[in-house]
Design a protein around this ligand. Structure first.
Ligand SMILES: Nc1ncnc2c1ncn2[C@@H]1O[C@H](COP(=O)(O)OP(=O)(O)OP(=O)(O)O)[C@@H](O)[C@H]1O
Length: 438
C-alpha cells in the first residue's frame, strides 16, 4: 500500500488530507479541492474576524439569485458564491447543485451541495419524507453523517409556499460513481486498505445513527460520499421508511433492492429493523471487495434466488421465527421457494472472485450476511470484528446523548405537513457552520 495510512484520517472532519490521496485522479482532486477566490465575497482572503457581514436577517427577508440549471430554476441565497454552479445529479426527491459559501463564524470557504426538493408537497408521503429529512439533517452531528448547513424557501408567504432547498457540505464523489468508474475503466481506485477504512467509517456513522433510534434503511453506494482523502459521509439517512417508487426509465442499478435485507423484502422479524442496515453494509462491503454488485437482482424473485444461492435457505430455526412473526402460509411459501439450498463456503466463493482477500475480511462478510437478523453482527459487533481492529477505537465512536423522537407518524394532511415544514424553515437560524443570512 505504499505510504497509504488511512488510520491517520480517522475520526475528524479536520482530518489530514491526502493520506489516501491516490483515491482519485489529480484532475478529480482539483475539481474537489482547488477553489479560486470568490467573486461576490471579494474579501475572501482576509481573515474573517476583520470582515463585517451585514447584520443577519430573518429567513423571510433573505434575497436570492435565480439560476437556470438544466430545465429548472435554482434560487441561491445572497451571501453564497454562485458564480460556478455545477449540477451534481437528481434522484426521485430532488436535484442537487454544487456551489460555494463561507461560514458565518470564521469565514471558512465551504463547498456546498444545494438540493432543491422535487414537488415536496406532492403527496402526504413525500411531505412526511421531506420533514424527516430536514429534521434529521438538523439533529445529526457526526463526522461521517451529513448535516444541514442551511434550509430556505424563496417563497415569501405560506399561501405561495411550494419550493424549498436544503444545503449540506459537499461530501465528495459518491461511492457509486467510484465503483462504476472502476468497472468501466478497468482501474482500481479502492485498494483493500481503502475498503477497510470506508467500512470502518460507515459503521462508525451507523453506530451514531442507530443510537439516535434512526434506521437508515436505504444504504447503498449512491448514498455514500467519499473525498479524495477517503473520508466517508453517509447521505440521505432515515428516508426510506416510505414506499419508494422508482421513476420509469431509471437505471436498475440505483434501485435499492440490491441492498435490501431478506427480512425487509420477504419476511418481517420482530424489532430487528436496525439489522437490515447491517445487511446493506455487508452487500456494500462485498461489492467493494469483488468490484461488482453482490446481488444484482432484476426482480424480487431473482434477488431472492441470488441471496439463497450464496447464503442458503432459511434453516429450521429461522423458518420458525418467520412463522411466528408472519404466518404458517408465509413459512410454507418461503420454504418452498428457498428450495433447501445449502449455504456456500464463503472462502471459496469470495477467493474465486478476489484471491487477495484476507481471511478476516471473508469472515466479516460471512457474519454480516447472515439471513437471520438475530444472528447477523450488530453494528457494535461489526466494529469490534478483527477485520476492523486496526481502526476500531471505542473511545472515538460517539453516540447521541438521547434518542430522537421525530413525531413523524402522525396522520397529518398535506396542508398540515406544509405548515409544519414552513414553520421549520422560518424558525431555522443556522449555526456557526452556516453561511450568513443576508
Ligand atoms: N452533500 C453532498 N455532497 C456530494 N454529493 C451530494 C450531496 N448531496 C447530494 N449529492 C449528490 O447529488 C445527487 C442527487 O442527490 P440525492 O440522492 O440526495 O437526491 P434524491 O432524490 O434523494 O436521490 P434518491 O432517489 O437516491 O433518494 C446524488 O448523485 C448525490 O450523490
Amino acid at each position: 500500500m505504499g505510504n497509504l495510512n488511512c488510520k491517520e484520517n480517522r475520526g475528524s472532519k479536520k482530518r489530514k488530507r491526502g493520506a489516501c490521496a491516490d483515491l482519485f485522479s489529480r484532475r478529480e482532486r482539483m475539481d474537489e479541492e482547488e477553489v479560486t477566490p470568490v467573486a461576490d465575497i471579494n474579501s475572501i482572503d482576509q481573515p474573517m474576524e476583520t470582515m463585517a457581514f451585514p447584520e443577519l436577517v430573518a429567513q423571510i427577508d433573505r434575497k436570492f439569485n435565480i439560476h437556470p440549471v438544466n430545465t429548472m430554476h435554482f434560487h441561491v441565497p445572497h451571501g453564497y458564491d454562485d458564480t460556478l454552479l455545477e449540477y451534481l445529479g437528481g434522484g426521485s426527491y430532488g436535484n442537487v447543485v454544487k456551489s460555494r459559501a463561507v461560514t458565518r463564524k470564521d469565514g471558512k470557504l465551504v463547498i456546498v451541495a444545494i438540493k432543491k426538493m422535487h414537488r415536496p408537497f406532492g403527496s402526504v408521503n413525500t411531505a412526511r419524507r421531506v420533514f424527516r429529512e430536514i429534521r434529521l439533517l438538523q439533529l445529526m452531528r457526526h463526522d461521517n453523517v451529513i448535516r444541514a448547513l442551511d434550509l430556505y424557501s424563496p417563497d415569501k408567504d405560506f399561501s405561495t409556499f411550494n419550493d424549498m432547498y436544503v444545503v449540506t457540505e459537499y461530501a465528495g464523489h459518491s461511492l457509486y460513481e467510484v465503483l462504476k468508474n472502476q468497472r468501466e475503466n478497468n482501474v482500481i481506485h479502492l485498494q483493500l486498505e481503502h475498503v477497510k477504512f470506508i467500512l470502518y467509517q460507515l459503521l462508525r456513522g451507523l453506530k451514531y445513527i442507530h443510537s439516535a433510534n434512526v434506521m437508515h434503511r436505504d444504504l447503498k453506494p449512491s448514498n455514500l460520499s467519499l473525498t479524495s482523502s477517503c473520508d466517508l459521509t453517509v447521505l440521505d439517512f432515515g428516508l426510506a421508511r416510505t414506499v419508494e417508487k422508482v421513476p420509469h426509465g431509471m437505471s436498475t442499478y440505483v434501485m435499492t433492492r440490491w441492498y435490501r435485507s431478506p427480512e425487509v423484502i420477504y419476511w418481517k422479524i420482530g424489532s430487528y429493523d436496525k439489522q437490515a442496515d447491517v445487511w446493506s453494509v455487508g452487500c456494500i462491503a462485498a461489492e467493494m471487495m469483488i468490484n461488482q454488485p453482490l446481488f444484482p437482482g432484476e426482480s424480487t424473485n431473482s434477488q431472492y434466488d441470488m441471496i439463497t444461492a450464496l447464503c442458503g435457505a432459511p434453516d429450521e430455526e429461522l423458518l420458525q421465527k418467520i412463522e411466528d412473526n408472519n404466518s404458517q402460509t408465509i413459512r410454507a411459501v418461503i420454504d418452498k421457494i428457498s428450495n433447501r439450498r445449502p449455504r456456500q463456503n464463503f472462502s471459496q466463493y469470495f477467493r474465486n472472485l478476489n484471491p487477495e482477500l484476507p481471511d478476516d475480511a471473508i469472515d466479516f462478510l460471512d457474519k454480516m450476511l447472515q439471513l437471520d437478523p438475530e444472528r447477523r453482527l450488530t453494528v457494535q459487533q461489526a466494529l469490534e470484528h478483527d477485520y476492523l481492529s486496526s481502526y476500531s477505537d471505542p473511545k472515538d465512536e460517539p453516540i447521541v446523548a438521547e434518542p430522537y423522537t421525530l413525531e413523524d407518524n402522525v396522520e397529518y394532511t398535506i396542508q398540515d405537513w406544509k405548515r409544519i415544514i414552513w414553520n421549520e424553515i422560518q424558525n431555522y437560524t443556522g449555526d456557526d457552520g452556516s453561511p450568513p443570512f443576508i
